[in-house]
Design a protein around this ligand. Structure first.
Ligand code: HEC
Ligand code: HEC
Length: 365
């Protein structure tokens, strides 16, 4: 996008957040900002074109272990909790929900050695104190804000959260939104794709990527219910950490979060991502296994009918230790096929779904 770095209409707090988000001085060594990984042109996602499904860190030769998710449409994500209707976990930020608020989340990448790699709050704040928004920080949080690095950090993360809560991150300007508002109409292919998406007997996508197409308020269509599910995505051999055959990213049960490590039934579950701007993403799924949206759709259609297409030797769910493979969803469409049943999604359906997903791209990005 052409994110306009225009500051008109933003509060002082939001201006601080915007400048910090794009500030490449804030990594160690300098060169990487939040926007390097959360590229506005890619719906605030991307992996800097690494082609690996994960992003490089500020330190040369270092790579993350998870695909960079979009930072959009998160301002109203619920906190991490058990939901009443079915006792599943929902909400929180990160693929495993380990941060509860945007401000809490924003404090993490600065100090992650695989990301912006600062040693501590004091060294980070020394950079902020000499930035072109240091004076705004003093105006907002008090003249002595930089005397206490922790206080300054909590101001900075509040500012980042405020910026991420602006309309830039939740514009609701997609064609889908225009159709809800009655100012646009779908093409025939887009309309067919939408029907597949919402049909419980075909795509059933909306069972997890929840949206209310009859509600003219687009905020009821975030294309996620923020719940956690295990889909059995194939192991991505391009992730450097995966060179260790004993390394597994188990989502809710670790290793990035540790409080649910003994909840074996949660292993392999990741938060359902929003599908807004999904067609702009560089890689898909928590481990970035897929580089093409078409392949994600083909995976939904054929995971169980043609496992050899996705897993070496046809061994399903190879990114989970055998003990946890039973956690993977298999009793919900489009995955509830019995031997001999035809696919729930035909080739034409995949093309139509792709056309529909393209309507979730915001304008002007
Ligand atoms: C080196 C790349 C990189 C940089 C730099 C980076 N991030 Fe991220 N970001 C990621 C990855 C990878 C994740 C997912 C990590 C996980 O789930 O454990 C993530 C997750 C997030 C999320 C949660 C998204 C969701 O769906 O829950 C937000 C919000 C976010 N980052 C904002 C920021 C902000 C603000 C900064 C700057 C302070 C930043 N990021 C810097 C790679 C990066
Ligand atoms: C049972 C719940 C469920 C259903 C049904 C479902 N999804 Fe998903 N979807 C998820 C989860 C969970 C992820 C992330 C999984 C992971 O990364 O391990 C995901 C990821 C995706 C992604 C990748 C997004 C990204 O940011 O990387 C796309 C695209 C997608 N789904 C499209 C669809 C479509 C199209 C359908 C219908 C054919 C569908 N999904 C049905 C739960 C579901």
């Amino acid at each position: 996008m052409v994110v306009s770095l225009d500051e008109a209409g933003l509060s002082r707090l939001e201006v601080i957040g915007q400048r910090a988000f794009f500030d490449t001085r804030l990594s160690e060594p300098a060169g990487q900002s939040c926007a390097s990984c959360h590229d506005p042109a890619k719906g605030f996602s991307g992996n800097l074109g690494s082609g690996l499904g994960v992003a490089p860190g500020a330190v040369s030769g270092v790579f993350g272990t998870r695909n960079v998710p979009s930072a959009m449409y998160l301002a109203n994500a619920p906190a991490f909790q058990l939901r009443a209707i079915d006792g599943r976990h929902e909400g929180g930020l990160f693929w495993d929900g380990r941060a509860n608020t945007l401000a809490e989340q924003a404090g993490k990448p600065f100090f992650n050695p695989l990301e912006m790699n600062n040693a501590d709050s004091a060294s980070l704040m020394a950079k902020v104190a000499t930035s072109d928004y240091a004076e705004l920080m003093r105006q907002e949080f008090g003249a002595t804000v930089f005397n206490d690095a922790e206080q300054a950090l909590s101001g900075l993360t509040a500012a980042l959260a405020a910026f991420e809560s602006t309309v830039t991150f939740q514009p609701f300007t997609s064609k889908y939104d225009d159709v809800l508002r009655g100012t646009a109409t779908f093409t025939a292919a887009e309309a067919r794709g939408m029907n597949v998406f919402f049909d419980p007997a075909r795509g059933n996508c909306s069972a997890c990527h929840a949206a209310d197409r009859n509600n003219p308020d687009p905020r009821a269509s975030l294309f996620t219910d923020f719940s956690y599910r295990a889909l059995g995505v194939p192991r991505n051999p391009r992730i450097p950490a995966n060179a260790d055959a004993a390394y597994y990213d188990l989502g809710l049960c670790g290793p990035a979060r540790s409080d649910l490590a003994s909840s074996a039934t949660l292993c392999g579950s990741f938060r359902v991502p929003s599908l807004r701007n999904v067609a702009r993403r560089e890689a898909f799924m928590h481990n970035g296994f897929f580089s093409r949206l078409q392949d994600v759709l083909a995976f939904y259609a054929t995971r169980d009918l043609d496992p050899a297409r996705w897993y070496p030797g046809g061994v399903k769910f190879n990114d989970l230790p055998p003990a946890y493979r039973g956690n993977v969803e298999r009793n919900i469409a489009p995955y509830d096929l019995r031997p001999g049943q035809g696919p729930r999604l035909r080739r034409e359906d995949e093309a139509d779904l792709l056309a529909f997903l393209m309507t979730l791209n915001d304008r002007g990005i």
